[in-house]
Ligand binder design. Structure first.
Ligand code: CP
Ligand code: NVA
Length: 305
C-alpha cells in the first residue's frame, strides 16, 4: 500500500529514527552512486513560494536519479477549476510521487485520497513535517540524542510549531512552548500529542506564556516568523502581541551554555530573532537548512522503495 507523509503521525518513532540515521549516511556520502529514483518523475505542486523546500527536493530527486517537475496550480487546469480528484487521478498515470505546498491542509488530504502514489506535505497552513524531520536530524547531530533533549519554541504557534509538537511527542523530546494568548499551537494537535506521550511514557509538552521561563535550561531554542504565508491580515496587531517573544541574546542567557539556535527560515531579522543570535556561534540554521536535503532524500527513498 502506498504511504503518504502529510504529518509526523504518518511515521512510527522507529521509522523517524531510521530516516535520521539514513539521512546521516547519505550526508556522509554513502551510496552516492545509487539511483533509487531512476526513471521516475516526481511532481512538486506549490501554491506558495519556497526557497529551501523546492530546491532541496529538486536537487535531492536529481541526486537520486529521478526527474523533478515543478508545477503551480495556476499553470495547471486546476487553476481553471479542474477538480483536485481528477487532477490527482490523471497525474497518477505519469508521476511516482507528489510534493505539495498548500494553504488548506485538506487540499493535501483530498489529493492523497485520489493519487495512487506517495504524497508529501511540503508545508500547509497547519503542518510542516519535512521541516521537522530536518530539525530532528540537526538536534541529533548536535546533541547525540533526541530523548530527553529540552527544546524551547518561542513565538507564533504556527505550522512549524505544530509539527514540532508532533515530532517531540514521537521522539521523547521535552518541548516547552512560549506563545502569547491566542497564538498557541492547535489545541487538537496538542491534545493528540499529549495523549501519545502519556501512553508512551516519554517526553513532555508544556505550554507557557513567559519566554524566559520556557528558555530556562533549554538545549535548543527555536523560533519562526510571526506572520506566516497567507496569514497577512491584522499583521500589526499580531506583531504587537508577539513583541516580547523575540529570540535575542537576553533570552539566550536563560538557556544552557551549549544551547543551539534553530530557525526554519526565511527569517524576519529584527522581529522574531536578532542578527546577533541568528548569526551567532550558537546558531545552526544553515546546517538545519542543509539537512532538508538529506532528510528528504532519505524520505523519498523510504516512501518509494
Ligand atoms: N523552511 C522552509 O520551508 O523554507 P521555504 O519556504 O524557503 O521552502
Ligand atoms: N511558518 C512559515 C514557515 C515558512 C517556511 C510560513 O508558513 O510561512
Amino acid at each position: 500500500m502506498k504511504r503518504d507523509f502529510l504529518t509526523l503521525w504518518d511515521l512510527s518513532t522507529k521509522e523517524i529514527e531510521y530516516l535520521i540515521e539514513r539521512a546521516l549516511q547519505l550526508k556522509s556520502g554513502k551510496d552516492v552512486n545509487k539511483c533509487p529514483l531512476l526513471g521516475k518523475s516526481i511532481g512538486l505542486l506549490f501554491e506558495k513560494p519556497s526557497t529551501r523546500t523546492r530546491i532541496s527536493f529538486e536537487v535531492g530527486i536529481y541526486q537520486l536519479g529521478g526527474q523533478a517537475i515543478y508545477l503551480t496550480s495556476k499553470d495547471l487546469q486546476m487553476g481553471r477549476g479542474e477538480s483536485i480528484a481528477d487532477t490527482a487521478k490523471v497525474l497518477s498515470r505519469y508521476l511516482s510521487a507528489m510534493i505539495i505546498r498548500t494553504y488548506k491542509h485538506s487540499t493535501l488530504e483530498e489529493f492523497a485520497i485520489h493519487f495512487s502514489h506517495p504524497v508529501i506535505n511540503g508545508l500547509s497552513d497547519s503542518h510542516h513535517p519535512c521541516q521537522a524531520l530536518a530539525d530532528l536530524m540537526t538536534i541529533y547531530e548536535s546533541k547525540g540524542r533526541l530523548k530527553g533533549v529540552n527544546l524551547t519554541y518561542i513565538g507564533d504557534g504556527n505550522n512549524v510549531a505544530n509539527s514540532l509538537v508532533e515530532a517531540s511527542a514521537k521522539t521523547g523530546i521535552n518541548l516547552s512552548l512560549a506563545c502569547p494568548e491566542g497564538f498557541e499551537p492547535s489545541h487538537y494537535i496538542l491534545k493528540r500529542a499529549k495523549d501519545f506521550i502519556s501512553e508512551r511514557g516519554e517526553g513532555k509538552i508544556s505550554l507557557l506564556r513567559d519566554p524566559s521561563e520556557a528558555a530556562t535550561m533549554a538545549d535548543v531554542l527555536y523560533t519562526d516568523v510571526w506572520v506566516s504565508m497567507g496569514q497577512e491580515e491584522n499583521t500589526e496587531e499580531k506583531k504587537s502581541k508577539l513583541k516580547g517573544y523575540q529570540l535575542n541574546s537576553d533570552l539566550l542567557k536563560y538557556a544552557k551554555k551549549d544551547v543551539i539556535v534553530l530557525h526554519c527560515l526565511p527569517a524576519h531579522r529584527g522581529e522574531e530573532i536578532t542578527d546577533e543570535v541568528i548569526d551567532g556561534e550558537n546558531s545552526l540554521v544553515l546546517q538545519q537548512a542543509e539537512n532538508r536535503l538529506h532528510t528528504e532524500k532519505a524520505l523519498l527513498e523510504f516512501l518509494l522503495k
